[in-house]
Design a protein around this ligand. Structure first.
Ligand SMILES: [Zn+2]
Length: 349
């Protein structure tokens, strides 16, 4: 399996507000580098750079004005004389106007975000556009006939909505790849999100559409970030009614319950008969992950990969979350090796 990787991600490491203090963001460059080291050590396959794509390909998953905001945010911010990381501090929540885009960068930061978890730094655009380009390159590889590819995206993307950054995410890499698959002729695309956190951004992007089915296994939003999205009764709207499947799981979920939910997902996907599968691959379901509450062991990630292989679909893996840096690489590679082993085992002799 080819891994697509770019060093551009190293240009982005911002700050976040945590424990009443500004600290270096938990989502840090070491995550991707650890995964890359494990990919190489396991001899998973070639590691290649992504191809640069025009930012117009991010439109569709996102609005044009949101992409422009991201592209210009740092220069707009520094034009005000500020040189530290830009964080939003006010949001258009209930009873406030969200139909008018503010003229100032301070206003626009809040207008285009859901929380203060996505700092804008000098290197943010370079990193997030390179990250999205890895997903686009991976999708091109899969659509050209490869059974699978791995886009080692950083920053992650699944919390980013049509006009919204948040949760360490800016451009929704998985959604951008799914949208590109549709442009390139796929009739039906599935995005399966196995990150611990609900992929609220991906859900929002495709909520009114039946050409991209979104399926997510995640921590119940009653207890877990992002709190305001991910319930089972969110099933799509309009043309997309019935094409959004949330499978929220309780704290402490271990492999047996997880596998059962994965079976429900498999049945829905099978009925949908997609042309291609995009997996939002987060491994923060790991039992020792510092910010999550599931209990998957490292060996369970092999089982996850094996299960996905039985779906028999061309598959693009897109890296999302996972924060136990010492183990994140091993768990990601376990999924990918499980997938490859599962495919080999499933092939007729
Ligand atoms: Zn996550």
């Amino acid at each position: 399996m080819i891994t697509y990787y770019s060093t551009e991600h190293q240009r982005h490491h911002g700050v976040e507000l945590k424990d009443a203090a500004i600290k270096p963001s938990f989502e840090k460059p070491g995550r991707a580098d650890t995964i890359l080291a494990q990919v190489r050590q396991a001899a998973l396959g070639a590691v290649q750079p992504g191809q640069a794509h025009d930012s117009s390909l991010y439109v569709g998953a996102h609005s044009e004005r949101y992409v422009r905001f991201l592209q210009q945010a740092w220069s707009d911010w520094t034009a005000t004389g500020q040189t530290h990381d830009a964080l939003p501090l006010i949001w258009p929540v209930r009873d406030l106007r969200s139909d008018l885009e503010p003229a100032t960068i301070d206003g626009r930061l809040g207008f285009y975000s859901m929380d203060a978890g996505s700092p804008i730094t000098a290197g943010t655009w370079a990193a997030i556009s390179a990250s999205a380009d890895l997903a686009l390159t991976g999708m091109a590889t899969v659509q050209a006939g490869a059974p699978a590819a791995f886009a080692l995206c950083r920053p992650p993307g699944h919390h980013a909505g049509p006009e919204m950054m948040g949760g360490y995410c800016y451009l929704n890499n998985a959604a951008i790849a799914a949208q590109q698959a549709r442009r390139q002729g796929a009739q039906r695309v599935v995005v399966l999100d196995v990150d611990f956190h609900h992929g609220n951004g991906t859900q929002s992007i495709f909520y009114g559409r039946d050409d991209v089915l979104f399926v997510s296994l995640h921590g119940d939003p009653v207890h877990c970030y992002p709190y305001f999205s991910g319930h089972a009764d969110e099933i799509g709207a309009g043309a997309g009614l019935g094409f959004n499947l949330n499978l929220p799981l309780s704290k402490g979920t271990a492999w047996p319950a997880y596998q059962a939910a994965l079976q429900v997902a498999a049945q829905r996907v099978q009925a949908y008969a997609p042309d291609v599968l995009v997996v939002s691959l987060g491994v923060d379901t790991f039992e020792h992950d510092p910010i999550s509450h599931f209990r998957l062991a490292s060996a369970d990630f092999v089982r996850l990969g094996e299960s996905l292989a039985t779906w028999g679909l061309p598959t693009l893996f897109v890296m999302e979350g996972g924060y136990m840096v010492d183990d994140i690489g091993r768990n990601v590679v376990n999924v990918l090796q499980g997938f490859e082993g599962g495919r080999a085992g499933a092939q007729p002799v």
